[in-house]
Ligand binder design. Structure first.
Ligand code: DQA
Length: 145
């Protein structure tokens, strides 16, 4: 099973950025945790990060050889019709994750344009959002077999 993990804009700054909101773990630490879990579950991971909307669309379009996508679209969650459309276009099971609880924050963060194209969303559990998201995707993909 192959899964593409996409981290959106500013997530490269995790560990330095708004630690009170996003925690003190770096993106590298999050990725290492995901890699360990993937090994345990027998998943092949491809991990990408971009600060650019079009590049994220390209990652999704190029994911044809993957079975599913785990994505934290970051700020593009709330603005990007292009990322939502690319998820709908490739039609791969996609789990949306957020470190913070986007429903507990500013009004503009309460809408996700991505969620209607996703299998589900996990929000508010910090690093565990990614762990739960990967486990959920793995379980759902196995159930489909
Ligand atoms: C985020 C939430 C977004 O609103 C924000 O723009 C981010 C990170 C999260 O993981 O909590 O950059 O996706």
């Amino acid at each position: 099973m192959k899964i593409l993990v996409i981290h959106g804009p500013n997530l490269n700054l995790l560990g330095q950025r708004e630690i009170n909101v996003y925690g003190d773990q770096s993106l590298k630490e999050i990725n290492n945790t995901l890699k360990e879990l993937a090994k345990e579950l027998g998943i092949e991971l491809s991990i990408k990060q971009s600060n650019h909307e079009g590049e994220i669309v390209d990652f999704i379009q190029d994911a044809k050889d993957c079975h599913g996508i785990l994505i934290n679209p970051a700020a593009y969650t709330h603005t990007s019709v292009a990322i939502r459309d690319s998820i709908a276009a490739v039609d791969l099971p996609t789990v949306e994750v957020h470190l913070s609880n986007i429903y507990k924050r500013e009004e503009f963060r309460k809408q996700s344009l991505i969620a209607p194209a996703a299998l589900g969303q996990i929000s508010g559990f910090g690093l565990q959002s990614y762990v739960l998201g990967l486990r959920a995707l793995h379980t759902m993909l196995n159930a489909k077999k």
